[in-house]
Write a protein that binds this ligand. Structure first.
Ligand SMILES: [Zn+2]
Length: 365
């Protein structure tokens, strides 16, 4: 299907029609606003894999790649996977947020901070599935903003991983070791296509996060974060990298191929928040009645749902003579009319001429 970041429950329903009876579909429960939360079960193996995506409704790339993965694994050539694994896939844990394109659920709660309190029906659905399935591996699927680099000097973080901590000491437990080896195995292989663009998340322990909770319970847990690649704001290419990562992961778990190690996991660059979407140079800024000439201005696109489409609105981040930030896009204002200045207000969306047109994402992709 033509993927453009927005992936609401109605699109999921449409895609599910493509799957045959080898995909057993059940409704695990309903969301706050009454939408079904589906589970797809595939395979008859004794290795149980629990995967869930869109627990944050606006993080859709891992979901679409999951559907790609299901189509791939159902092919006759892949039948060995279905003898080895039983996949339990919750493609859209937060259908209300997926419809509204919000991170949070319909009550405004971040489901990935609700692992202990279980205050939301979606959190209970995931916990019940986990306790019933008792997975050998838990795969926690997310998407991240364009602000992350792979280490302080590296390219944008196209895919990031984490073996979440199981305790505040960040102990490398046996379950974390398994997750680290699996992540390192994915990285060994995917690095050939994404040189330097694979990173790992900070492993500060937070038991309210679902991954940390499952890790604490002794389940090897792997967090995926689909990120940014070149001009791929709609994540059409990233979708393919994520699919590739799923395939490598399950080949590794089945065949122990391309074995990574804890050391190679720890050598993966850490995610660093050092990118913005656009840096404009040689621009005049007005703030508090003062004019600042020849500045660099950092702009970040804010994603908004409008008429069932995602639009990217330029917002003001910071400015200065020599910003210590990297950017995905650049614009030089030297030749733009000199009496133009922009009024700076942190976080404000630029919606007036001529700046909104000049800074528009369409100019750069
Ligand atoms: Zn997320």
């Amino acid at each position: 299907m033509n993927y453009k970041r927005y992936f609401p429950p109605s699109y999921l329903e449409e895609q599910l029609k493509n799957f045959n009876s080898n995909v057993k579909r059940t409704v695990l429960g309903t969301s706050v606003n009454g939408l079904p939360v589906y589970q797809l079960q595939i395979g008859n193996g004794d290795q149980n894999i629990l995967m869930w995506s869109q627990m944050h409704g606006n993080e859709t790339t891992t979901t679409i790649a999951l559907l790609d993965f299901i189509s791939w694994v159902l092919k006759p050539q892949q039948s060995e996977f279905l003898k080895f694994f039983s996949f339990f896939i919750i493609p859209q844990l937060n259908p209300d947020g997926s419809k509204l394109y919000t991170r949070e659920n319909f009550n405004g709660v971040d489901l990935n901070r609700d692992a202990i309190h279980l205050s939301q029906p979606e959190s209970i659905i995931l916990r019940n599935a986990y306790e019933k399935i008792l997975p050998q591996y838990a795969i926690n699927l997310h998407g991240q903003r364009t602000i992350y680099g792979s280490g302080p000097e590296g390219p944008p973080a196209t895919i990031s991983f984490l073996s979440p901590s199981a305790d505040s000491k960040k102990s490398i437990t046996s379950s974390r070791t398994k997750a680290m080896i699996a992540i390192a195995s994915i990285r060994n292989e995917l690095e050939k296509q994404l040189s330097g663009a694979i990173s790992r998340y900070d492993d500060q322990f937070n038991p309210n996060c679902v991954g940390d909770y499952f890790s604490k319970c002794g389940t090897p847990t792997i967090l995926f974060e689909a990120g940014h690649y070149m001009k791929d704001y709609f994540r059409v290419k990233v979708r393919l990298f994520v699919l590739e990562a799923y395939k490598i992961l399950f080949k590794h778990l089945m065949l122990k191929s391309n074995e990574g190690s804890v050391e190679s996991y720890l050598s993966i660059p850490q995610n660093t928040s050092n990118y913005v979407d656009l840096i404009v140079s040689n621009i005049t800024i007005k703030e508090d009645k003062n004019l600042y000439k020849n500045q660099q201005l950092a702009i970040q696109y804010i994603e908004k749902l409008k008429n069932q489409k995602i639009i990217f609105l330029p917002s003001l981040v910071t400015y200065g003579k020599n910003l210590k930030l990297k950017a995905h896009n650049f614009l030089d204002f030297t030749d733009v009319k000199k009496d133009n200045y922009i009024i700076f207000k942190k976080g404000a969306i630029i919606n007036t001429d001529p700046f909104n047109k000049l800074f528009s994402l369409n100019t750069f992709i």
